[in-house]
Design a protein around this ligand. Structure first.
Ligand SMILES: NC(=O)c1ccc[n+]([C@@H]2O[C@H](COP(=O)([O-])OP(=O)(O)OC[C@H]3O[C@@H](n4cnc5c(N)ncnc54)[C@H](OP(=O)(O)O)[C@@H]3O)[C@@H](O)[C@H]2O)c1
Length: 213
């Protein structure tokens, strides 16, 4: 089978752990150049070094996806260094689940900032390049929680429903530029995601239901 990943320049947000890290390693092994963004600079720098040691091409930049200028900086750096941006994987996300009546309003805001605005910042950063190139692929990570709401997931699910809506709207609009869009909706995957649930009882319940069935 033809490997159409070889030589592609792929920007990945949330590349410092779990699924983002795994995607970076996998795509790099298939010959992609990966440009890694996340807040934990030490982790993505170690990952970039590991990829380079294995003969791949990788760059790492400390990026907070809630900051539009930082996401633009990540994508601009990819373009400056490699002359094109073929793919962005808007993977960064958080899931501090809690029932709404506990009023963890700051966590609601942060989920909106990371899971929705972070994705929008990625889209805004790549669109001008991809329109000029007349090619590109924008991959946004939603979730099964973007299809189904469960107790404690109202805000998280709202953000992941939003990712699907944004991606679907984008799909309709960017067709003339030969830009493809993809929505990824993982089920339960054992990652660091549950570590950020601040409500102990919810974290316990969620850990049991997701990973200890
Ligand atoms: N695990 C699951 O069961 C599951 C199911 C469905 C969907 N998902 C989605 O899959 C994606 C990846 O999650 P994961 O399961 O791999 O969990 P994870 O290990 O917690 O990874 C989340 C990643 O997002 C990054 N991130 C969080 N806030 C950020 C910010 N403000 N700026 C930049 N990066 C930020 C983290 O990096 P830093 O902390 O270094 O910034 C980390 O690399 C998320 O969008 C999640 O919602 C996961």
């Amino acid at each position: 089978m033809e490997n159409n990943i070889k030589g592609k320049v792929v920007v990945i947000t949330g590349a410092s752990s779990s699924m983002g890290e795994a995607a970076a390693k996998h795509l790099s092994a298939l010959g992609a150049t990966v440009v890694l963004g996340a807040r934990r600079a030490d982790r993505i720098e170690t990952l970039a070094q590991e990829i380079q040691d294995n003969g791949g091409q990788a760059l790492a930049f400390a990026v907070d996806v809630t900051q539009r200028d930082q996401v633009k900086g990540l994508v601009d750096a990819a373009f400056v260094q490699f002359g094109r941006v073929d793919v962005i994987l808007n993977n960064a996300g958080i899931m501090p689940l809690s029932p709404m009546d506990r009023l963890n309003v700051e966590e609601w805001d942060t989920m909106i900032d990371v899971n929705i605005k972070g994705v929008l910042h990625g889209i805004a950063a790549v669109l001008p390049y991809m329109k000029d190139q007349k090619s590109g692929q924008i991959i946004n990570t939603s979730s099964v929680a973007g299809h189904k709401v469960f107790t404690g997931s109202a805000v998280y699910s709202a953000t992941k429903y939003a990712v699907r809506a944004l991606t679907e709207g984008l799909r309709m609009e960017v067709k003339p530029y030969n830009i493809r869009t993809t929505i990824v909706c993982p089920g339960a995957v054992k990652t660091e995601l549950l570590e950020h649930i601040t409500e102990a009882d919810i974290q316990h319940k969620q850990t049991k239901s997701m990973w200890e069935q």
